[in-house]
Design a protein around this ligand. Structure first.
Ligand SMILES: [Zn+2]
Length: 276
């Protein structure tokens, strides 16, 4: 008798499991249908992103004594930069918020927000020299700018601790700071920017974070593809989905999303990785 009860219970629990499982599957299909990539990333942005895009440190709130080095500079119409590196700024390589215009705030997010916990090591992505380490309460929090030999500057924001000092030379991979949640931020993350003479380039046009490599070896900066942001600084036109990268190996890429970007980059890398 107790046997049949047990068997009954067992078959019931299997039935329950099947029911639960098919419910889960049904829900999953629903979720997939309902959430487009854009919605998902917007959701992630709300969860992890900056409360509001940071003020442009290159044009706004720049402390006297630290002059924007590019303010009166003659910006070349086009410039090819050597972007090759295997160092990513932080270990997770998950983009929680993309570069681009945020209609909600009427301004452009000039970098990407990368997944981070408080206290994760942040690395210089190229050889270079630390230009400044600063604190900005209303925006970047503790942040570091490194000037690189390839012409780029990288910005690392919302940090909890500096590990370098201004004018210090760093190698690609040198720990420069610990990540955090300082400044205008809803949760721990690393705000990361790539700039050429003050122009904020979409970091995902240079880095395939997920793939942990760069999109090829070269990036061609085109001044004409940028427009002045209403609040100062320069951002890429129609930057919503703009990866806008071009390199020797991949000249016709027009980005649609991160997945495609990495697939394309994978292809171009394939050529390099010749098997003997
Ligand atoms: Zn950000």
């Amino acid at each position: 008798m107790s046997m049949s009860v047990a068997t009954n219970a067992q078959s019931r629990s299997i039935q329950n499991y099947r029911q639960a499982h098919s419910n889960l599957l049904a829900n999953q299909t629903n979720v997939n249908k309902q959430l487009s990539v854009e919605e998902t990333s917007r959701y992630a942005r709300d969860l992890y992103g900056d409360v509001e895009p940071e003020h442009d440190i290159y044009t706004e709130g720049w402390e006297s004594g630290v002059v924007n080095p590019y303010k009166n500079a003659d910006i070349p119409a086009t410039k090819t930069l050597n972007i090759k590196t295997s160092v990513m700024p932080i270990k997770w390589n998950v983009v929680n918020s993309h570069y681009g215009y945020r209609p909600r705030f009427g301004r452009t997010h000039k970098g990407v927000d990368l997944k981070a916990n408080v206290g994760d090591t942040v690395y210089a992505v190229y050889d270079g020299k630390v230009r400044l380490t600063k604190f900005e309460r209303g925006g970047y929090g503790f942040y570091v700018i490194v000037r690189h030999e390839n012409g780029l500057e990288t910005v690392y924001g919302h940090l909890s601790r500096f590990l370098v000092k201004p004018d210090q030379y760093v190698k690609a991979g040198t720990p420069i700071a610990l990540s955090g949640n300082t400044g205008r931020s809803t949760g721990p993350h690393l705000h990361f920017e790539t700039r050429f003479m003050g122009y904020a380039i979409n970091p995902e046009a240079i880095f395939d974070f997920e793939g942990r490599h760069t999109h090829g070896d070269l990036y061609t900066f085109n001044k004409s593809s940028y427009q002045s942001d209403s609040r100062g600084g320069y951002a890429q036109r129609s930057s919503k989905r703009s990866y806008g990268y071009s390199s020797k190996r991949s000249t016709s890429y027009s980005g649609k999303g991160g997945k495609k970007a990495s697939a394309s980059a994978g292809k171009s890398r394939g050529g390099k990785k010749r098997r003997r």
